[in-house]
Design a protein around this ligand. Structure first.
Ligand SMILES: [Fe+2]
Ligand SMILES: [Fe+2]
Length: 192
């Protein structure tokens, strides 16, 4: 399948606002991929499909996740906001002929992050958080920084997500904690 077909699928599947967000994430993913020497088509594909499952009702996603047998972290199932990355990871290969594991993992981990993220996974995670449609105060500055400090922006984003979850008294996925710890270890080693 071609990028324009993924774009069309996103248009048909998602609300207008989420479709526009999807386009913004795909655009930034492509630009970051170009900057960091990653596969631009893979980055755009993951950007176009990262939220493709977000409007599937949570109970339906819960069933898909439960039945998949790939969830060994029960805290994941307590936070509906992270379902759609894993649901897309499970459904995208069936609905579209996407088989590249790096693309599928970039989709899967765009909500939680994880330890040992690939360059493509980081690009899509960061592009989602600082995409062109984001309007929060620091969005523009973080977006610009992402072009020269991908790990730094990734850490900021994971930090922000963890703080928000704590505030809402929602459980934090092990993958997010692992991701946070790894980035802290690496970035503090660099400053020593
Ligand atoms: Fe998402
Ligand atoms: Fe998104």
């Amino acid at each position: 399948m071609e990028l324009c077909q993924f774009e069309q699928a996103a248009k048909e599947t998602l609300s207008k606002k989420r479709y526009e967000h999807t386009l913004a994430v795909a655009r930034l993913s492509g630009e970051l991929a170009e900057t960091y020497g990653a596969d631009v088509t893979a980055a755009k594909t993951a950007g176009l499909l990262h939220d493709i499952a977000k409007e599937i009702p949570a109970d339906e996603q819960f069933t898909i996740l439960k039945e998949s047998g790939i969830i060994n972290d029960t805290s994941l199932l307590l936070n509906q906001n992270v379902y759609h990355g894993i649901t897309a990871f499970l459904t995208v290969p069936k609905r579209f002929s996407v088989t590249d594991p790096d693309v599928l993992n970039a989709i899967r981990y765009h909500t939680t992050g994880r330890r040992g993220m690939s360059l493509l996974e980081k690009i899509v995670y960061v592009a989602d958080v600082v995409s062109y449609d984001r309007t929060y105060k620091e969005a523009k500055e973080l977006r610009e920084r992402a072009f020269y400090d991908l790990d730094g922006v990734l850490l900021e984003a994971v930090q922000f997500t963890i703080k928000k979850l704590v505030k809402q008294r929602l459980p934090i996925a092990f993958d997010s904690i692992d991701c946070y710890n790894e980035l802290c270890e690496r970035l503090s080693a660099q400053t020593k």
